[in-house]
Design a protein around this ligand. Structure first.
Ligand code: CA
Length: 236
């Protein structure tokens, strides 16, 4: 597993690199956003640890560009932020990051988070699972999702790893009400340290891609005081 570390402070970068290499990961390090995009294209890392505040292109911009052109591997992106205001920026905006970690963090916490990200794909490994509803087909094994349009045509959905997992979860049980905690459990497992609001961000991002009118969702409904419910007819 290859990890790209994008961090402008050499001391922090060195500590991260040492920690991860000790765990058997191979690491590349860049100190600014433009270099990160170049190394990303060349090395196709599995995970990117992306500092938010960088000289030149900041972490949000780097993240957005990678999500626009993910290449062969759509990498997991773990955003590194300082305390306070920055966290709200990361959660509040649809950044495309899969998770975030607040500095200062312990080496153990870092390793736990990286492993949790990687488990998200492994969790589905080996089983060929397809979920069909009236409007969606989600192939968990091939990791493809399509939406059937009312015209009868179908269009492939361009989803991030997290959006895909979220849609797969919803489509697997149409009509089920999910609390935020249950969704976190499903998507992040026990290694989630962050804020429940992160679920809302990813639901909003998913709605933009699957709902004809995201402001007035027909598939992913909000259940006030509880969480979310996916509504579509199941087809077996
Ligand atoms: Ca920085």
């Amino acid at each position: 597993m290859d990890i790209l570390i994008v961090e402008d402070e050499p001391e922090i970068a060195k500590l991260i690199q040492m920690t991860l290499e000790r765990e058997g990961f191979s690491c590349y390090w860049c100190r600014d956003g433009l270099a990160a995009l170049q190394v990303f294209q060349k090395q196709q890392p599995d995970v990117i640890l992306l500092d938010l505040m960088l000289p030149g292109l900041d972490g949000l911009e780097v993240c957005a560009r990678i999500r626009q052109k993910p290449g062969a591997k759509d990498p997991y992106i773990l955003m590194l932020t300082a305390r306070g205001e920055e966290i709200d920026r990361v959660i509040g905006l649809s950044t495309g990051a899969d998770d975030y970690l607040v500095k200062p963090f312990s080496p153990m916490e870092l390793v736990a988070r990286v492993r949790a990200l990687l488990r998200r794909t492994l969790r589905h490994g080996g089983q060929h699972l397809t979920h069909n509803t009236q409007h969606f087909t989600v192939d968990v094994d091939q990791r493809t999702a399509t939406r059937q349009l009312d015209s009868g045509a179908s269009e492939p959905l361009d989803l991030t790893t997290l959006e895909f997992n979220l849609l797969a979860t919803f489509v697997s049980q149409p009509g089920r009400v999910w609390s935020r905690t249950q969704l976190i459990d499903k998507l992040w497992g026990n290694d989630f340290f962050g804020d429940e609001r992160v679920v809302d961000t990813h639901v909003a991002r998913l709605r933009k891609k699957i709902e004809p009118d995201p402001a007035n969702p027909t598939f992913v409904k909000t259940v006030i005081g509880v969480g979310y419910k996916f509504e579509d007819s199941a087809i077996s």
